[in-house]
Design a protein around this ligand. Structure first.
Ligand SMILES: [Ca+2]
Ligand SMILES: [Ca+2]
Length: 203
């Protein structure tokens, strides 16, 4: 069983906001992917704007290490590079930048993004270097801020966010094989996986 957490914005903003140079922002009942979404209009006064996560996405999310953060972006354009996801916790600020940033999103079409939540994919803002696996796990253990990039155009734009999904690693008991070779220590042992281990006498 894979852990997931999903924000569809179908009923409200659920505590999500937009920070930066925002002319207006808020929940819109239609036009999402599908149904409701969080929309914003750029004031275009210089700052980069970001969608900022509501309380459900904060706190202890360590079980998503090795999993993914995915989301859908709507924007009137694209064209420059900036960090796409920022995770703050444990006194550290970790940032991920999509290598294909200049051509994301496809203008005026809901475009899907997915970020693998492993240390080698992020940089520590303070050092410019990737955090260690241990450091990233400490950040995910107590997330105090999670930001997803809203701004993609150097100039006026409008856009939206929908379907923010955290997905845990496929089979957490076997995390020794996670993407960056990290070993983690999950407390919640999946009973199916346990039955598999017992069945194969490797305990
Ligand atoms: Ca929606
Ligand atoms: Ca802009």
């Amino acid at each position: 069983m894979t852990a997931t957490m999903k924000e569809t914005f179908n009923k409200s903003t659920d505590g999500w906001t937009v920070i930066g140079d925002v002319q207006s922002s808020g929940w819109v009942a239609k036009g999402g992917d599908p149904k409701g979404h969080l929309a914003w209009v750029d004031a275009a006064s210089g700052q980069d704007s970001y969608f900022q996560a509501g309380p459900k996405f904060l706190g202890n999310k360590i079980h998503f290490y090795g999993g993914t953060l995915s989301y859908d972006i709507l924007d009137s354009g694209s064209g420059y590079t900036a960090y796409d996801v920022q995770i703050v916790g444990d006194g550290k600020t970790l940032q991920y930048t999509n290598p294909n940033d200049g051509s994301f999103p496809t203008p005026n079409v809901w475009s899907a993004a997915s970020v693998l939540l492993v240390a080698s994919n992020f940089i520590d803002k303070a050092t410019g270097l990737a955090p260690t696996v241990k450091e990233m796990r400490e950040v995910l253990k107590d997330i105090t801020q999670l930001d997803i990039r809203a701004e993609y155009v150097n100039g006026p734009e409008s856009g939206g966010l929908d379907n923010v999904i955290l997905t845990g690693p496929a089979a957490s008991i076997f995390d020794g094989a996670s993407a960056d070779g990290s070993v983690s220590h999950h407390v919640g042992i999946n009973t199916d996986a346990m039955a598999f281990l017992v069945g194969h006498a490797v305990l």
